[in-house]
Design a protein around this ligand. Structure first.
Ligand code: G3D
Length: 184
């Protein structure tokens, strides 16, 4: 049983899919993480491929994933924000070796957290502090401080150090999501 099948099983979702958004800046490692997680049987399709804003969606038997970049100076913000409402959980990926752009990631995170479709919802957020295999990578504690995660009081969150390239640390994060997601 793969990570996602285990997650679906543990969520015991009998009636509806769970929608998980996987967000982060471009190059943070979202695709690499998702490719580690998704079973080969998952069906993937790209939406809006011609607008410059690419959304990947794929689903397993009970989980539906939507993956996109929060980049491009917010040019496509109105396109990506429409996915917030249906989200049951968020995976937010950070490139811990790209210290300069952690500031940009924080700006996007802050905008996400005050969005009306996210604010005051008990939606769990799993932060993957990625690229830990790189020598200059900041430790997850430092990333957590830079992102101000301790200020998130209204929803469960967890930060998990990982190296998607090596497939390390991902299972811990999925286990946390299992424990903190319930669907709606
Ligand atoms: P994105 O989907 O968020 O845009 P990708 O990011 O998954 O496409 O990853 C961007 C680049 O970072 C890729 O390198 C990928 O191999 C690399 N990467 C992803 N995760 C890790 C990691 O944990 N460690 C290291 N060292 N690299 C990682 P390329 O060279 O293909 O652009």
């Amino acid at each position: 049983m793969g990570f996602l099948d285990k997650l679906a099983f543990c969520l015991r979702l009998k009636r509806r899919d769970v929608n998980i958004l996987c967000l982060g800046l471009d190059n943070s490692g979202k695709s690499t993480i998702i490719n580690c997680l998704k079973p080969t049987s998952a069906q993937a399709k790209d939406l809006f491929p011609t607008t410059g804003f690419s959304v990947e969606k794929f689903s397993t038997s009970r989980l539906s994933f939507t993956v996109f970049d929060m980049s491009g100076q917010g040019r496509y913000r109105n396109l990506w924000e429409k996915y917030y409402e249906g989200a049951d959980a968020i995976i937010f990926v950070i490139d811990c070796a790209d210290k300069l752009r952690i500031v940009v990631a924080k700006q996007e995170l802050d905008a996400l957290l005050i969005h009306p479709d996210i604010l005051q919802r008990q939606i769990p957020i799993l932060f993957f502090a990625n690229k830990m295999d790189l020598s200059g990578a900041l430790p997850s504690v430092a990333v957590s401080q830079m992102l101000g995660l301790n200020n998130i009081k209204d929803k469960p969150w967890h930060i998990c150090a990982c190296s998607a390239l090596k497939g390390e640390g991902l299972e811990d994060g999925v286990k946390w999501l299992q424990a903190n997601s319930s669907g709606r």
